[in-house]
Design a protein around this ligand. Structure first.
Ligand SMILES: C[S@@+](CC[C@H](N)C(=O)[O-])C[C@H]1O[C@@H](n2cnc3c(N)ncnc32)[C@H](O)[C@@H]1O
Length: 204
């Protein structure tokens, strides 16, 4: 599934993918705490993370949300294997469902999740329109989507596949994408370090 020539942040795989994963975890620690707070999960909640990387946010959710059902989708086998080594995740047994895949084709039924989160991976979505439709489809009525990104509007590398990240107004156009996809409310939800958060809610 992962192409060899793709940049490491977009496809962390193999030895260097694992090294990158550790650095990413340290750098994104404030984002995990912010996402956890914004997801605001109740006991027994069903939560999907898109582009879960090393699985640090999923681990936090597994530790703190009683009887959570956690799912994740990630394009690289290296990150999938890394996340599956986490004891807190393995202990979920049949309440854990991590799969290989990408944001634009989520392999779950409509109305599966109370919350969906995506941290620092939006810029890698080649087809953000399809991803937004998929997120809306797989959320339950009233469910929320938490998107955390570092705005690339000033210095977007040419190779980023997401046209919105290269549009010169990544945050604003990401909000517009979610509104046009049909989310009932889309709001700016603060930030952590250099990261900004958007919370979008599906109509109940
Ligand atoms: C910078 S890392 C962030 C990982 C994790 N969310 C975190 O904050 O620690 C970006 C992740 O997005 C994943 N990714 C890349 N393209 C993706 C896509 N189209 N759909 C879902 N995830 C993707 C990468 O494999 C990588 O694990």
């Amino acid at each position: 599934m992962a192409g060899r020539s793709e940049p490491l942040p977009m496809r962390p795989q193999g030895f260097w993918g694992r090294v990158f994963g550790r650095l990413m975890e340290a750098m994104n620690a404030p984002s995990y705490r912010l996402a956890f707070r914004l997801i605001d999960a109740q006991a027994g909640a069903s939560i999907l993370e898109i582009g879960f990387g090393t699985g640090k946010l999923l681990e936090l959710l597994a530790r703190k949300v009683k009887k959570a059902r956690l799912a994740g989708v990630e394009p690289t086998e290296t990150m999938l294997e890394t996340a599956l080594k986490r004891g807190a995740l393995r202990r979920l047994k049949d309440r854990l469902d991590l799969r290989l895949g990408t944001a634009d084709a989520l392999p779950w039924d409509s109305g599966s999740f109370d919350a969906i989160a995506a941290l620092h991976c939006f810029q890698f979505w080649a087809d953000p329109q399809s991803a937004a439709n998929e997120i809306l489809r797989t959320l339950k009525p009233g469910g929320r989507f938490v998107l955390i990104l570092r705005d690339h509007s000033k210095r977007a590398p040419k190779w980023l596949p997401n046209p919105i990240s290269k549009s010169g107004n990544e945050f604003g156009n990401a909000c517009r994408l979610l509104q046009e996809a049909g989310f009932e409310s889309v709001r700016s939800a603060g930030g952590a370090g250099s990261s900004l958060a958007i919370v979008a809610t599906k109509a109940a």
